[in-house]
Design a protein around this ligand. Structure first.
Ligand code: HEM
Length: 183
């Protein structure tokens, strides 16, 4: 029997001009033991190899509205184009909390460099050292993926710069995701 598919939630929106695409599609060779737990969880949950859950696409503007400034609204932050619900880490990310500048956006570069400098609050990883990329990978797996649910992906991870679907897109938590189901 076929598995039921939920209606596609993708919206065909172009990434804004400040979005950068294409930096995160390779898999860094550095790996940690954390990923395996999530992967096997996803496999058991999905059951069928070809099923996939719809994925939510976030524009920059949308992500911005989850910056912790509004009491009672969830707090979202993207790392490597994956949007995490970090509401559970309010003491880190909430209004007036030390890492509040990281939320409501993709802060990949800041996480890689362990920097809160405004110029590092971007998804751009251009020119990062090997050590910084390894640190990024370890915080991505060991903190974000291990601790917080993924609620979607940024436009720059899902779409190509021209707005067409990036066929190589693979959700972190769905090893058998088929992008053709979504378009
Ligand atoms: C004086 C400098 C800093 C100190 C003393 C410090 C201290 C800490 C401490 C105590 C934790 C909590 C660890 C835990 O309970 O799991 C933490 C987590 C964290 N720190 Fe820092 N930190 C500093 C600077 C930075 C900077 C510059 C960044 C820039 C990105 C940063 C990013 C993070 C992140 C992303 C977490 C994980 C939060 C989470 O679990 O969601 N830290 N830090």
């Amino acid at each position: 029997p076929n598995t039921s598919r939920a209606a596609p939630l993708f919206r065909r929106l172009r990434p804004s001009s400040t979005d950068r695409a294409g930096h995160f599609h390779g898999h860094h060779p550095h790996d940690t033991s954390f990923g395996g737990v999530l992967r096997s969880f996803a496999v058991t949950t999905l059951g069928a190899e070809t099923s996939s859950r719809p994925v939510r696409l976030f524009t920059e503007e949308e992500l911005q509205s989850y910056d912790g400034s509004e009491e009672g609204k969830p707090i979202y932050m993207a790392v490597k184009g994956a949007v995490f619900d970090v509401t559970g880490g309010k003491e880190f990310y909430g209004k007036d909390a030390p890492y509040n500048v990281l939320v409501g956006k993709d802060s990949t570069r800041a996480v890689a460099k362990m920097s809160l400098d405004p110029s590092d609050l971007t998804s751009d990883v251009t020119g990062l050292s090997e050590e910084q990329l390894e640190s990024l990978e370890s915080v991505f797996e060991g903190t974000y993926k291990a601790k917080y649910p993924i609620v979607g992906y940024t436009a720059s991870r899902i779409l190509n710069p021209d707005g067409s679907p990036n066929k190589a897109f693979q959700p972190e938590d769905q090893p058998h995701f088929l992008i053709k189901d979504e378009f």
